[in-house]
Design a protein around this ligand. Structure first.
Ligand SMILES: Cc1cc2nc3c(=O)[nH]c(=O)nc-3n(C[C@H](O)[C@H](O)[C@H](O)COP(=O)(O)OP(=O)(O)OC[C@H]3O[C@@H](n4cnc5c(N)ncnc54)[C@H](O)[C@@H]3O)c2cc1C
Ligand SMILES: Cc1nc2c(=O)[nH]c(=O)nc-2n(C[C@H](O)[C@H](O)[C@H](O)CO)c1C
Ligand code: SF4
Ligand SMILES: [Mg+2]
Length: 508
């Protein structure tokens, strides 16, 4: 009896559990380009194009491997509106009475498939380095979950960057070396980018026609769309940029959106690259003396630590996680996030490159757009929807914990121990944005005061009851309390006035 083997747009791995479970002679692989997946949030056009192009190439690869593939194109009038509708159509065509799927990375889709009249059997997604049940076991009996402890466990378990029982170089974490600003450098290696072939160009035309109103520029499009390209991009990053990755990890430059970042998240999240092969490649560079330990440890920690940790948090927290609102924030997301002009140079640059490239690196996401939304009291559900829409690598399992947990501190401190908030001084130290800004980063009040300076204290003041006893925040409250009463009152009044203008939709 034929079974349907579902392969989703972010499940493009040769060793996918559902494919391992398939009998190529009897079963039918189902892949479907559907409007619902393209529109559950207004995905960036480059992201839709990447996923559709990568799906088409992967389907061909499966056929070459001997699988029978029923592939539904978005522009085929017979294609149904959703993954569920497509499974039912293929079941009716073949008489299949069961579907097998690798567990999706989005609770919305898990719930939709569970509610189908056709039984869908889920297999655990073992493309992650920490299985869901092991993560659950790791959390048992812990009062607090912290990435650092999880990461050390993962280092021990995998042996990555270990020398016997000890961490390589005698320290688990070299983050303090990875907080330097960067200067423009014309000789800095660029990430490897790909020219669209005919197949990708056809997808670009399709996306242009079907998603005309989604925020973001579709062209130029340069992402890796198959495993061969992803491997070339990995190789290039490892040789050219990894040595500088640590030093430049937290830096931001107005004219250099990529610095020494890998641009590998979309390839990993679609399944074109496995996390362990990426980590092993990086480790080898250190062992063979071609990249320093602060770079290699910092890079491996993002994947072995953060990526696995957020996966665990997402799995454990269930479908309601995206509705968490621990700080009770309720403001609408300001229109500047969708490209309305702002005089704030840092936000303007981060949003512009997001629109043009579907990419911003971690510190831009965390300390510019995320920081501002948190300080401005934006409803975390709206912030979540924005991040899920605009980035090339955004899928719920990884985006939601980063946004709801790490960035907006909306999950009641489950993922992290303190909110990532800062005044303009941090952005000024780590970037060159402020020198081109209409606001003055040194002004703490007055007509040109940097809005981050005002809102930072407003945030701390309005959430005093929640944070003043947090050991990592005591010092900030001391600083605030030592300021002149009249200065404090002025900061709060000016912050209120700024928030009033911002939330009224006036230009800021
Ligand atoms: C608010 C917010 C939302 C985010 N949303 C996403 C998202 O939707 N998808 C996504 O993949 N990452 C997300 N991140 C994490 C991080 O910003 C991106 O993984 C990174 O910028 C991708 O670019 P890169 O490949 O050049 O990464 P690099 O800086 O070169 O890092 C190397 C790799 O480490 C992994 N990594 C780094 N940081 C994280 C992290 N915090 N969580 C998980 N993996 C990490 C990625 O796989 C990345 O490719 C988010 C971060 C924040 C603060
Ligand atoms: C834009 C998009 N389009 C499709 C699609 O047409 N078909 C498909 O199978 N998957 C798509 N995806 C990826 C899914 O949304 C993703 O598999 C789920 O959100 C689970 O992570 C996305 C993101
Ligand atoms: S002065 Fe403030 S708003 Fe302007 S770029 Fe610097 S941090 Fe951003
Ligand atoms: Mg760091």
């Amino acid at each position: 009896m034929t079974r349907l083997i579902l392969v989703l747009g972010d499940q493009l791995s040769d060793d996918l559990p559902a494919l391992r479970a398939a009998d190529p002679a009897a079963d039918l692989v189902v892949m479907a380009e559907v409007m619902e997946e393209g529109t559950y949030v207004p995905h960036h056009p480059q992201k839709i194009a990447l996923i559709l192009a990568a799906m088409r190439k992967f389907a061909r690869r499966l056929q070459e491997r001997g699988f029978r593939v029923a592939y539904s194109r978005l522009d085929d009038p017979d294609t149904g509106p959703s993954i569920g509708a497509e499974l039912l159509r293929r079941a009716a065509e073949t008489g299949a009475r069961e579907a097998v799927a690798t567990r999706p990375g989005d609770w919305r889709l898990i719930e939709a498939l569970e509610a189908m009249p056709l039984p869908v059997r889920f297999l655990p997604d073992d493309r992650f380095l920490c299985p869901a049940d092991e993560f659950a076991r790791w959390t048992e009996g812990r009062k607090q979950l912290r990435m650092e402890w999880f990461y050390r466990e993962m280092r021990r378990r995998t042996g990555l960057l270990m020398e016997g029982d000890e961490p390589a170089g005698g320290k688990w974490n070299f983050d303090t070396e990875n907080r330097k600003p960067a200067a423009p450098d014309l000789l800095r290696p660029r990430p490897l980018r790909f020219e669209p072939d005919a197949e990708v160009r056809a997808v670009l035309d399709l996306v242009e026609a079907r998603f005309p109103r989604h925020f973001g520029r579709l062209r130029p499009f340069h992402w890796a769309t198959d495993r061969a390209e992803a491997l070339r991009a990995l190789d290039h990053f490892i040789r050219e940029s990894l040595p500088r990755f640590g030093d430049e990890q937290d830096a931001m430059l107005a004219d250099d959106p990529f610095l020494s970042h890998a641009l590998l998240s979309s390839s990993m999240n679609l399944g074109l690259l496995g996390p362990m092969e990426v980590c092993r490649r990086a480790e080898t560079e250190w062992r063979e003396g071609r990249a320093p330990l602060n770079a290699v440890e910092g890079f491996i920690r993002q994947i072995l630590g953060w990526r696995e940790y957020v996966r665990g948090i997402w799995t454990l927290s269930g479908p309601d996680y995206i509705r968490s609102n621990g700080l009770g924030h309720s403001a609408a997301l300001p229109p500047l996030y969708w490209g309305k002009p702002t005089r704030m140079a840092c936000l303007s640059a981060a949003v512009a490159q997001t629109r043009d490239l579907a990419y911003a690196h971690h510190i831009q996401r965390l300390m510019v757009t995320g920081n501002f939304a948190l300080l401005a009291g934006v409803d975390p559900a709206e912030v979540h929807e924005w991040y899920l829409s605009v980035y090339i690598d955004a899928l719920e399992w990884v985006e939601a914990p980063n946004t709801i947990g790490m960035s907006q501190f909306a999950d009641h401190g489950l993922l992290g121990s303190k909110p990532y908030v800062s005044s303009g001084a941090y952005i000024d130290r780590m970037s060159d944005y402020c020198r081109g800004c209409a606001y003055a980063v040194k002004d703490r009040t007055g007509p040109r005061a940097c809005p981050f300076n005002l809102l930072y204290w407003h945030f701390l003041n309005r959430h005093r009851a929640r944070f003043e006893r947090n050991p990592r925040m005591v010092q900030m409250y001391r600083t605030w309390d030592r300021m002149e009463e009249t200065h404090r009152a002025r900061v709060l009044t000016e912050a209120e006035a700024f928030l009033g203008r911002l939330h009224a939709g006036e230009p800021v």
